[in-house]
Design a protein around this ligand. Sequence first.
Ligand SMILES: NC(=O)c1ccc[n+]([C@@H]2O[C@H](COP(=O)([O-])OP(=O)(O)OC[C@H]3O[C@@H](n4cnc5c(N)ncnc54)[C@H](O)[C@@H]3O)[C@@H](O)[C@H]2O)c1
Length: 269
Amino acid sequence: MVNELDGKVAIVTGGASGIGRGIAERFVAEGSRVVIADVATDMGEQLAATLGGAAFFQRTDVSDPEQVGALIAATVEKFGGLHVMVNNAAVSSPLRRLLDDDLSDFHRIMGVNVLGVMAGTRDAARHMAESGGGSIINLTSIGGIQAGGGVMIYRASKAAVIQFTKSAAIELARYDIRVNAIAPGSIPTPILGKSAAGMDPDELAEFEARIRQGMRDDRPLKREGTTDDVAQAALYFATERSRYVTGTVLPVDGGTSAGKVVRPRKREG
Ligand SMILES: NC(=O)c1ccc[n+]([C@@H]2O[C@H](COP(=O)([O-])OP(=O)(O)OC[C@H]3O[C@@H](n4cnc5c(N)ncnc54)[C@H](O)[C@@H]3O)[C@@H](O)[C@H]2O)c1
């Protein structure tokens, strides 16, 4: 089978862990060269070493637009171009009731989850506009589509990513740059434990077990999602197969956001 990303260059922010790592691995397997951009230096360097000459790590804090600009420049210098930008890096908010929340995490979370995506989109697009186009893929969440309690700042940040993605898609279409978003449902990665900051180990174990049980029970496709399930959606947006698709939000959630699972009653008689 032909590698779908032969000759392409991609950046994956937050590529050292979880879903970003899954996307980086899938893209390299499909022939792409990939820049892993993350604040987790050890994990990022280790992953790049595992992936060999097709990957390199650049320490980047996406909440700092200067570092994002430097990331694009380093990528173009090292690999000669940029075709696919995956704005995946994000942080979660701690699980707190709104009335108990001092909102002190607001700027940190918005800085990574919203400013990081906006700067990544803008700076990748500045290059792509001059070089014949490209594909930009922003990670949102079903938490940005469906309302719910708990991680309010995170939800608000992910809703902002959706509106930004659609607006950027409209502006950038004239340069043949497509901008789409992927909205994963809960996927077991380190981010889930981070929402539980402050819990004691027993509470954390119970919290994670409950979330993972929910992943199997409350969605029409009754299994936990994997990072590669999300990477396959990113691969679609990265390739020419999605050439007429822009401004969309694709849930990768086993059907969770389609609606409640209804268990039909047994027919009588
Ligand atoms: N796992 C889920 O259940 C889930 C659900 C919906 C959406 N998402 C989204 O998927 C994406 C990936 O999440 P994940 O589950 O793999 O989380 P994760 O915590 O495993 O990975 C996030 C990565 O981003 C990096 N990062 C954090 N702050 C950064 C910064 N300022 N600059 C650069 N890198 C930074 C982290 O070091 C980490 O490697 C996120 O956008 C997240 O919101 C995840």
